[in-house]
Design a protein. Sequence first.
Length: 366
Amino acid sequence: MRAPFKRGLLAAALITMSMTTPAWADDGPDLRFSATFADQAYFVGETVPIKVNVTNVGNKTATGAKGKYTNISGSSPFIPTSEWREFNPGGIGATVAPGQTKSFTMVARLNSFNGGDATFKLAVSTAGELTPDDNAATLTIAMVSPYTRAVVDGTLFGDEDRDGVLDPGEELADTAVQIRNNYSGSFKEVRTDAHGWFSFTNVAAQRYTLAFKSPGWANVQKQLRVDGSDRTTNLQVRTVRSLEGTLVPKVEFHENRYRPGDTAQVSIWLANTGRFDLRGVRAGCDLNWDDSHLLGSDDPAHWGVLARSGPGATIAAGEVKAFEVTGIVPDAAFDTGSVLLTCGFGDHFEFSDTFPVVEASARVGA
């Protein structure tokens, strides 16, 4: 009478062991796959970087692991097999050790629009995979239909007093404004009316460069995203006068000769010969990426308010203001025999091509 009781206990114990045995106790590789990208709407012709992670949570090494792309619906992004790197489906496949994660970025190219967003699946596989259901990710890339049409309009103005605000009388009349399709290269051009107003209608969805060029004014190249929203209407497109001849800089090293590693002191004078005060004036130096250029011009600890990352200086109309700054003589200056200082000075770095540039040098020896 006791034997059946013992058999029942044994059966219960076996059932309990079976229910509590973890899945990973099975021998084999077990890959986990994830893929992410920037969540936004994309245009035809754009590329989409996709961050991929492949992790082996199993207790055996995955060998010959390969990737696979499958289109599901809508537009079909182009993903060359080479984007899979060592998971290239045409190669020998990747090896992923237990506990190892392999990460890389693949690029999907949106070469065409086939009526909707691009939905597709990315997956990896390996021989002996324990749980293949978590080896894939389904992604949907939102696309802007190229058949979308929009309006690009606004006011072009010349900011005479450089205060960043459209003041009465600053509108630029009868001036050519152009938008160029960044994908196709096609462009349209209109002229502003008496109030500086420009308008482009029936503009196909895409990224554009709005451009303006006129003697005496800084060139403008403004990037636009035309997607059918209202973000391209009632624009205010600003330009400024060139500072050449208005802001007159002068720089001078204190010594004629330095050694590598020396701290060099430099005097700077800025003269504002214009009618308006200049605010936020800073220096943009080392314009030619020269190894022998004086170091430290981007550091407020050396250049104070004039450093590019600093707040900038105010130079009143008709004022000449002096500054004392320092920099470190680079080792490379010993090879060339001189330390250089080349800087442009101005108040708005988006118009840095209009900054006056000044140069100075000093000898370097042992």
